[in-house]
Design a protein around this ligand. Structure first.
Ligand SMILES: Cc1cc2nc3c(=O)[nH]c(=O)nc-3n(C[C@H](O)[C@H](O)[C@H](O)COP(=O)(O)OP(=O)(O)OC[C@H]3O[C@@H](n4cnc5c(N)ncnc54)[C@H](O)[C@@H]3O)c2cc1C
Length: 482
């Protein structure tokens, strides 16, 4: 018996557990795998004390408009605003945990300055000294919350996948059943059951049904860890007791990071050597356009002048896969300096090629030399004319491919997460098909429906982790104090 039962020890579940436990809540977390789980590079905040110190500000009006637009006006605006208005307090709470271990945070300068697909600053990367003894290889938010939750008395039960939710006669969710090595175990929760079981990315069947765009190329290229753990169990358990899914299709977080991380706004060609898109677009846009090409892959083609072209273009575009993970306030020159070290690594890995002629480059990527030469010639002509009549890329990014050595960097989308889930109200309570609250049942993290829709709003980079922290913090406190 417990008061607050959290299902899933990812970032959302751990943040909720830590927040509830610090307020004296009696918390039990059941987790399918043998550990808490986290991944990635950092978290997005709408504000934090690090941002205050640096004088970095998110333009909330722009950020919200773009979020809504990128989600095709189908996301829950109240939930978005709730994140915006509570992110600062929760982010500082997480930063306290980091600093308690002697760490600090760096705010990234790699956001897009484009007016059409503007991104916001506020992506924080934690820097925690090795002596702290953390085991996380990437973003350590889940581990920081896990450690504090345990310190404050939360119980974590690993290797215990929840398989069914329990409801009383009045329809209130009162607990769950887990399947363990020793058989089935029932957990009863007096105050609430929090579904924090992550996404559906580990279930090809669910991806095909709810997010078909990622199923063909994205799913086999999933970079989610722990691989295969998130099979939409929470979604199914919720639906079995009457919870409603958000509208389909589920948004996919697909970043063009399956092969080379760097590709900038340069000329993209597919495996046939043909251009197919305006390369000056947001991260998701690149992934989706490339996903439709043969093999779900493409090549970023540029010439010896790329460092200058990159630096000249950054003030008008930028963002991930275009800029390096530079800290706020650093020099633009840091971006090419970093990628100069990366390109030879890509070449060694066989995902990039360097050649003195376009014909040789074509031979290396395996396309018809006459097709690639014609594509490059046409592109160079438009660069000279200053107008991209094929795709209307911004003139500032029309940089010709003329001076060898020439480069081809392989680009492809990887599936990070499928961010769709169960509908909820503004207190994170699950809703049934009539829009009525299912008492006792809450959602957090990727299983939360409607905070994103249709596509992932990367304009607030790291908002996935940011929301896990903010909403986990809020719900943990609310449930402990209920
Ligand atoms: C390579 C990579 C990099 C990323 N980088 C970033 C980044 O820099 N910034 C960012 O914001 N986002 C990033 N993301 C996305 C982000 O990590 C996730 O969207 C987010 O952390 C999801 O958190 P969550 O708590 O909802 O789910 P998860 O962290 O997936 O946690 C869900 C937990 O539930 C458990 N579980 C599943 N089923 C059951 C069950 N039946 N019973 C009990 N437990 C169960 C799972 O084992 C898991 O521990 C990245 C993703 C990837 C793959």
């Amino acid at each position: 018996d417990t008061d607050i039962l959290v299902i899933g020890a990812g970032l959302a579940g751990c943040a909720c557990a830590a927040a509830a436990a610090e307020k004296g809540g009696k918390v039990t977390v059941v987790e399918k795998t043998s550990s808490f789980n986290g991944r990635g590079g950092g978290f997005g905040a709408i504000n934090s004390r690090y941002m205050e110190e640096l004088g970095v500000k998110v333009d909330k009006v722009n950020a919200k408009q773009h979020w809504i637009a990128q989600c095709a006006s189908r996301a829950n605006e109240d939930l978005i605003v709730k994140f915006f208005n509570n992110s600062e307090e929760a982010s500082n709470w997480l930063l306290d945990k980091c600093e308690a271990l002697g760490g600090s945070a760096m705010v990234g300068a790699f956001y897009s300055h484009d007016d059409v697909y503007a991104e916001q600053p506020g992506y924080h990367m934690l820097m925690i000294p090795e002596e702290a003894g953390l085991t996380s290889t990437g973003f350590a938010g889940a581990e920081l919350c896990y450690l504090d939750a345990v310190r404050d008395g939360a119980e974590f039960v690993f290797d215990s996948p929840a398989v069914q939710l329990l409801k009383d006669d009045a329809g209130k969710v009162t607990g769950c059943i887990c399947e363990t090595g020793e058989g089935y175990v029932q957990y009863n929760a007096a105050k609430g059951v929090v579904l924090a079981t992550g996404d559906i990315g580990g279930s090809l069947e669910m991806c095909e049904a709810y997010a078909p765009i990622c199923a063909e190329y994205g799913q086999p290229r999933s970079q989610y860890t722990p691989a295969g753990a998130n099979t939409g169990d929470g979604h199914k358990m919720g639906m079995w007791i009457g919870a409603q899914l958000q509208d389909l299709p589920f948004p996919t977080m697909m970043h063009p990071q399956a092969f080379c991380w760097f590709h900038g706004p340069f000329l993209f060609v597919n495996d046939n050597g043909e251009r197919f898109m305006c390369e000056d677009t947001w991260v998701q846009g690149k992934s989706l356009a490339i996903n439709k090409q043969p093999g779900g892959e493409a090549w970023s083609i540029f010439d010896a002048n790329w460092p200058t072209d990159l630096v000249n273009g950054l003030p008008y575009g930028g963002g991930m896969f275009w800029d390096s993970f530079r800290p706020y306030g650093s020099d633009l020159e840091l971006a090419p300096e970093y990628f100069k070290t990366q390109i030879p690594e890509y070449v060694k890995q066989g995902i990039a090629y360097e050649a003195d002629t376009i014909e040789d480059l074509a031979a290396q990527i395996g396309c018809d030399a006459s097709v690639l030469s014609a594509t490059v010639e046409r592109y160079n002509g438009m660069c000279e004319a200053g107008e991209d009549t094929d795709y209307y890329k911004k003139p500032v990014f029309l940089t010709p491919v003329k001076e060898g050595p020439f480069y081809a960097l392989k680009v492809g989308p990887a599936l990070l997460a499928v961010c769709g889930g169960l509908k909820c109200n503004n207190d994170f309570q699950c809703l049934d098909e009539n829009g009525e609250v299912i008492e006792g049942l809450y959602v957090l993290g990727n299983i939360m429906g409607d905070i994103t829709a249709v596509d992932y709003p990367i304009n607030v980079a790291g908002n996935s982790h940011g929301r896990c922290i903010t909403f986990g913090y809020m719900l943990g406190h609310d449930l402990a104090e209920a």
